[in-house]
Ligand binder design. Structure first.
Ligand SMILES: NC(=O)c1ccc[n+]([C@@H]2O[C@H](COP(=O)([O-])OP(=O)(O)OC[C@H]3O[C@@H](n4cnc5c(N)ncnc54)[C@H](O)[C@@H]3O)[C@@H](O)[C@H]2O)c1
Length: 452
C-alpha cells in the first residue's frame, strides 16, 4: 500500500475522524477557565500595519484551495507556507501558486501535527485554517501561541470549552482569532446592513436565518467532506453549522457591540433523510449502512438577546430542498428577507414584498463598490469570498481592527453546543456565556458605511 496515495490517506483520515467524532471528542486540551480575572479584551485591537501580508495555510482541501485563489489574487499577499496531511494537495496548491507567478511556499505534510512546525515560522503574519472542525481550535491556539494572528473556517469551535479556549488564548497572546464568515460579506448582506444602520427598518426587533443546504451527496462522498463531515451526525443532535446564517444577523443586531446573545431554546425533528438517502444511493453491503445518525433533519432554535430581540435559527443539511439562509431582518418600519431577496417598507402602496433593485444606488456597500468587479470575476460564492479576503487584508495593511473578532467567533459558534444541550433537555433554555465579559456594552458597531 502506498502511504502517499491520496486514496489511502483519505481512508486513514476516514478512520481517524470516525473514531474521534464518534467519541464526541474535540482535540483541544482540558477546558480552560471562563472566569479569569487577568483577562484583557482584544475587542477593537488593531493589527500591526504590514505592506505585504504573509499567509500560512493549513488545510488545502476544497475550501483551503479556493481561499488560496481569493487571497493570492491580491499582489500584496504572499503565501509562504502550506500544510495538509495529503502531500498531493500541498504539491498541487504550490504548483498553482507558481503558475500564478508567486514564490513557491514551503510545504508541510509529514503528519497530523505538521502544522505545529508551520506556525513556528517567522515569515507568517496570518495563519488561515481550513481543516475539519475537530482541528480548528487546536490549530488556532497553536498559531496564536506562536505569535500569529489566525483566521479560522466555520464554525470556529464545537464546544463551549473550545469557545473559551479561543477567547482566553486570543486575550493572553494579544493575537486575533478571526471567524472567516464569508456570508457577512455577501452583496445583499452588506447592503442590508447599511439599510439597518440607515434606519430603513426602524427599531429592529427580530431576525431569522438558516443554513438549509442539501448536502446529502457530499456527506456520502468518498472524498472531501464525505471523509469527515457525516461523522458529526453520529453523536450530535443540534445545529452543527450555525454561523453562515447567524453572522450577518448578528451584525444587523450589533451583537457583541451594543447587544449580546442571552439564551437559546432548541428543537430537532426526527432523523429520516440521511438513512433514506443511504438506502437508495449506497450499496447494501457498504459499512456506512451500519452507521447511526442522531442529528435531526431540521434543528430549529430561538435566540433571545439581552435587549429582548428574537432570532430564529435553522439547520438542515439532509432533506431535499433549495439552498436557503433566510436572512430576514425586521423592525418597526419594515422587513427584508432573502431567497429570493425582497423588501417591504411601511407605507408602501401595496401590502406586498417588492424587489430591492431601486435601493441599490443608496445602500450598496462600499466594499462591493471597491472590489465588486474582481470579486464577481473570481466568483467564490458569488464574490463574497473575495470581499472577505480583501477586507481582512485591507485591515492588516491599514493597521485597523478586524471586522470579526474572537468574541464573534465564540458567540456565533456557541449555538452548536447550546442547541445540542437544549435538545437533550427537552428544549430547556441554555444561557450563552458572555464571552466579552461585559465589554459588549461599550464596543461600537462595525462594517456599515458611515455615509448612509
Ligand atoms: N465558508 C465557507 O463557505 C465554507 C465552504 C466549505 C467549507 N468550509 C469549511 O472549511 C473547512 C474545510 O472544509 P473543506 O470543504 O475544505 O473540507 P476538505 O475535506 O475538502 O478539506 C479539509 C482538508 O484538511 C486536511 N486535513 C485534515 N486534517 C489535517 C491536519 N491535521 N493537518 C493538516 N491538514 C489536515 C485534509 O487532508 C483536507 O485536505 C471546514 O471547516 C468547513 O466547514 C467553509
Amino acid at each position: 500500500m502506498n502511504e502517499r496515495d491520496p486514496k489511502n490517506s483519505s481512508r486513514r483520515d476516514l478512520l481517524r475522524f470516525a473514531s474521534l467524532a464518534s467519541l464526541g471528542m474535540g482535540l483541544a486540551d482540558a477546558a480552560p477557565q471562563a472566569d479569569r480575572t487577568d483577562a484583557h479584551s482584544v475587542s477593537g485591537m488593531k493589527f500591526e500595519k504590514r505592506d505585504t501580508v504573509r499567509l500560512g495555510v493549513i488545510g488545502v482541501g476544497e475550501r483551503g484551495d479556493s481561499l488560496i485563489d481569493e487571497f493570492s489574487a491580491m499582489p500584496e499577499v504572499q503565501v509562504t507556507a502550506l500544510c495538509d496531511t495529503v502531500k498531493e494537495k500541498v504539491d498541487r496548491a504550490q504548483a498553482k501558486l507558481e503558475r500564478a507567478g508567486k514564490k513557491p511556499p514551503a510545504l508541510y505534510h509529514s503528519s497530523d501535527l505538521a502544522f505545529e512546525e508551520l506556525v513556528k515560522r517567522d515569515d507568517i503574519d496570518l495563519v488561515v485554517i481550513a481543516t475539519p472542525w475537530i482541528w480548528h481550535v487546536r490549530m488556532a491556539v497553536a498559531g496564536m501561541k506562536q505569535g500569529k494572528h489566525v483566521a479560522v473556517e466555520v464554525p470556529a469551535a464545537r464546544t463551549i470549552e473550545e469557545c473559551w479556549e479561543l477567547v482566553n488564548t486570543s486575550e493572553s497572546t494579544r493575537r486575533h482569532c478571526i471567524q472567516m464568515e464569508n456570508c457577512c460579506y455577501g452583496y445583499n448582506e452588506l447592503m442590508v446592513l447599511n439599510m439597518v444602520r440607515g434606519g430603513l427598518f426602524g427599531e429592529v426587533t427580530h431576525g431569522a436565518c438558516a443554513y438549509n443546504h442539501d448536502l446529502r451527496s457530499i456527506l456520502f462522498s468518498n472524498e472531501g467532506e464525505g471523509l469527515w463531515r457525516r461523522f458529526e451526525h453520529f453523536n450530535r443532535n443540534g445545529n452543527l453549522y450555525p454561523t453562515h446564517g447567524l453572522g450577518p444577523v448578528a451584525h444587523y443586531m450589533d451583537i457583541n457591540r451594543g447587544d449580546r446573545f442571552e439564551y437559546l431554546v432548541s428543537m430537532s425533528s426526527p432523523v429520516a433523510s440521511l438513512p433514506a438517502y443511504r438506502k437508495e444511493h449506497v450499496a447494501a453491503g457498504d459499512p456506512r449502512q451500519k452507521e447511526t445518525y442522531r442529528c435531526g433533519d431540521l434543528n430549529i432554535s430561538l435566540i433571545h438577546t439581552a435587549k429582548g430581540k428574537v432570532i430564529t435559527l435553522e439547520h438542515n443539511v439532509s432533506t431535499p430542498q433549495p439552498y436557503d439562509r433566510i436572512n430576514l431582518i425586521a423592525g418597526t418600519k419594515g422587513i427584508f428577507r432573502d431567497y429570493p431577496p425582497r423588501i417591504y417598507v411601511d407605507g408602501a402602496p401595496k401590502e406586498e414584498f417588492g424587489p430591492i433593485d431601486h435601493y441599490k444606488e443608496k445602500f450598496e456597500h462600499r466594499y462591493w463598490k471597491e472590489t465588486g468587479e474582481l470579486a464577481r470575476k473570481l466568483g467564490g460564492h458569488g464574490g463574497m469570498d473575495f470581499v472577505m479576503a480583501y477586507r481582512l487584508v485591507q485591515c492588516i495593511r491599514n493597521g485597523t481592527a478586524p471586522d470579526i473578532d474572537v468574541y464573534d467567533a465564540a458567540a456565533w459558534s456557541a449555538p452548536g453546543p447550546l442547541s445540542e444541550a437544549s435538545v437533550a433537555k427537552g428544549s430547556a433554555p441554555m444561557q450563552f456565556p458572555d464571552f466579552t465579559r461585559g465589554k459588549w456594552r461599550q464596543a461600537t458597531p462595525v462594517m456599515a458605511d458611515s455615509a448612509v
